[in-house]
Design a protein around this ligand. Structure first.
Ligand SMILES: *[C@@H]1O[C@H](CO)[C@@H](O)[C@H](O)[C@H]1NC(C)=O
Ligand SMILES: *[C@@H]1O[C@H](CO)[C@@H](O)[C@H](O)[C@H]1NC(C)=O
Length: 209
């Protein structure tokens, strides 16, 4: 519970404080507001959760619908931003694992086959490549991205005792966490669609690019 509090706070900010919508880049802050750097207008983020921090290390649904159609549907529903969650170990331990092989190892071969049908590009690339490709596609379709470091080990969270979030937790090694942050920061650097980079849900800190 404690772990999702900062996020709730953030969501509250995102959903209630900002008045008008803008996609211009880059963003900055003006007092309590997030604003478009050039026009000075407020930017309102409507973010949809889409997790890549779960065991499959790939957002759910790609075995059912082509990614671009998915994103178009999100936009139709009024979202202009994806809260794209990732797990540290995706980058520090499993980055070179292939998506299709991970799905097989989880004994969900049918998901692999669905992926082959609807998003074939993703079947035989690595998780890191898939992470990059997703972010690029979000950008191409005008979605902003909150790159949210959600957990250490990829899996469902956030129980108080899942050992997967904070200092002293089994799946939280500070060195590895920093290594993961650095890898992802380098990957998203220069991608203007990535606006906010959350260091860890429990640490309550995030910075603006
Ligand atoms: C998004 O995910 C967070 C944590 O995983 C959860 O607390 C929140 O309720 C989710 N929001 C929606 C709209 O599903
Ligand atoms: C991915 O690799 C598997 C096994 O080599 C192959 O059967 C499949 O056709 C490949 N998928 C794509 C989309 O190329």
């Amino acid at each position: 519970m404690g772990k999702s509090k900062p996020l709730c706070l953030f969501s509250l900010l995102a959903f209630s404080l900002f008045a008008s919508l803008s996609h211009s880049l880059p963003l900055s802050t003006n007092k309590r507001w997030i604003v478009d750097d050039e026009s000075g207008e407020r930017v309102k983020l409507h973010c949809i959760n889409w997790s890549t921090h779960l065991n499959a290390m790939l957002p759910e649904g790609l075995d059912k619908i082509p990614l671009n159609v998915f994103i178009a549907q999100m936009k139709e529903h009024g979202f202009n931003c994806v809260r794209y969650t990732w797990a540290t170990h995706m980058f520090t331990r499993y980055g070179d694992h292939k998506v299709g092989e991970t799905l097989d190892s989880l004994m969900i071969h049918r998901v692999r086959l669905g992926l082959r049908k609807h998003n074939p590009y993703y079947e035989n690339i690595t998780h890191i490549e898939a992470f990059d490709a997703m972010i690029d596609q979000f950008g191409k379709q005008g979605m902003m991205v909150v790159a949210d470091n959600h957990v250490g080990e990829p899996r469902w969270c956030c129980g108080e005792k899942d050992g997967n979030a904070f200092f002293g937790d089994r799946h939280f090694n500070p060195q590895e966490w920093l290594q993961g942050l650095s890898i992802v920061a380098k990957r998203v650097k220069g991608k203007p669609q990535v606006h906010i980079y959350i260091y860890f849900i429990s640490l309550k800190s995030f910075s603006f690019h």
